[in-house]
Ligand binder design. Structure first.
Ligand SMILES: Nc1nc2c(c(=O)[nH]1)N[C@H]1C(S)=C(S)[C@@H](COP(=O)(O)O)O[C@H]1N2
Ligand SMILES: [Mo]
Length: 322
């Protein structure tokens, strides 16, 4: 059984949390609704980032996607990770992913698109305006976080490469750097890490091509320099450190389906009514909230995003298509 540790936040972590809280109070009061340019928190973020070496990534808040829930601390977001390429322990990515080479970086886009090609990171960064979005992330393991991501809808990139009439799915492939990714020697996953979405899911405005978190570019352990975040699905769908995006006609075989099809479905929509073969998915532990005996929270259908995404699955039996 996994034992969770809840490290006390150090004083160095308190500033960004406070900055975000202030900003969210402003959002709630409507003060920022008229803001068009840089937000007041950005200078504080930049200050902090001088110490942390991670470049600030300016972004505008997208008011449609700012949750008012308490944010998970930056410390937990960046030290309690799943990135199996670097090991199975939640602490491994923060310990070892620093050695991953993230520059230069490019993403190959291929398959059923009119404009395949290799897209450099700079091109991707400037393709569409960066937005701040606060999303819940629900891991299939039973914990969740609330994370301020920075990115833009994947649909902006897909539209640019022009999917053909045969385009029905999108496959995402993570980089392999065997010299620094010690986890690649493990056989739990058929590497490289591959995930996939149906085209309408990939084009959905919630699906975020993500370049940053907490005001900076992504730390390596969170999937630098570019990853996916699909907030209504279990966390494993949100593939990290992407090097390939392949548009396909057939449903791609994802790494987790290949590893254990009975436990991890292609859809993997957060669903408290479908239980994982080995445990219930009805409740979740919010990381950072209280201690081991703090009551869990009820898990919401589609992770709370049902209003936006339930229509994608109209007529589908979600107990079969889990
Ligand atoms: N390449 C790759 N992407 C991955 C994973 C992984 O092991 N390898 N883990 C997934 C899982 S299980 C979760 S919960 C999220 C965690 O993202 P975070 O560490 O940024 O919170 O990343 C997902 N993306
Ligand atoms: Mo996960």
């Amino acid at each position: 059984m996994t034992r969770y540790k809840y490290p006390e936040p150090k004083s160095s972590e308190i500033t960004p949390q406070r900055v975000w809280t202030q900003r969210r109070q402003l959002l709630a009061s409507g003060t920022l609704m008229a803001a068009t340019g840089a937000l007041p928190f950005s200078s504080a973020m930049a200050q902090r980032n001088q110490q942390s070496e991670l470049a600030p990534l300016p972004a505008k808040a997208n008011f449609d996607y700012v949750s008012m829930e308490a944010l998970t601390s930056q410390k937990d977001v960046t030290t309690y990770n799943n990135f199996y390429e670097f090991g199975l322990d939640k602490a491994d990515p923060a310990k070892y992913a620093g050695a991953m080479k993230v520059q230069p970086w490019s993403v190959q886009i291929e398959g059923e698109v009119a404009k395949p090609g290799i897209y450099g990171l700079e091109d991707l960064l400037s393709l569409s305006p960066m937005q701040d979005r606060v999303y819940r992330l629900r891991c299939v393991e039973g914990w969740s976080m609330v994370i301020p991501w920075i990115g833009y809808p994947l649909s902006a990139l897909l539209s640019k490469v022009q999917p053909t009439g045969n385009a029905k799915y999108v496959e995402f492939v993570t980089d392999m750097q065997p010299d620094v990714m010690k986890g690649l020697s493990s056989s739990v996953i058929d590497w490289p890490y591959r995930e996939g979405l149906r085209m309408d899911e990939a084009m959905h405005p919630l699906t975020l091509l993500t370049f940053g978190v907490y005001g900076t570019v992504l730390p390596n352990q969170n999937g630098a320099p570019v990853r996916l975040v699909v907030p209504w699905k279990y966390g494993f769908k949100s593939a990290k450190s992407l090097v390939k995006i392949r548009v396909t006609e057939k449903q791609p075989l994802t790494s987790w389906v290949a590893a254990a099809a009975a436990e991890y479905g292609f859809y993997a929509n957060v669903n408290p009514n479908v239980q994982h073969p080995r445990w219930s998915q009805a409740t979740e532990r919010r990381i950072g909230e209280g201690g081991f005996f703090t009551p869990k929270r009820p898990t919401q259908m589609f992770n709370g995003y049902a209003d936006q995404v339930a229509s994608l699955y109209a007529g589908m039996d979600l107990t079969k298509n889990y």
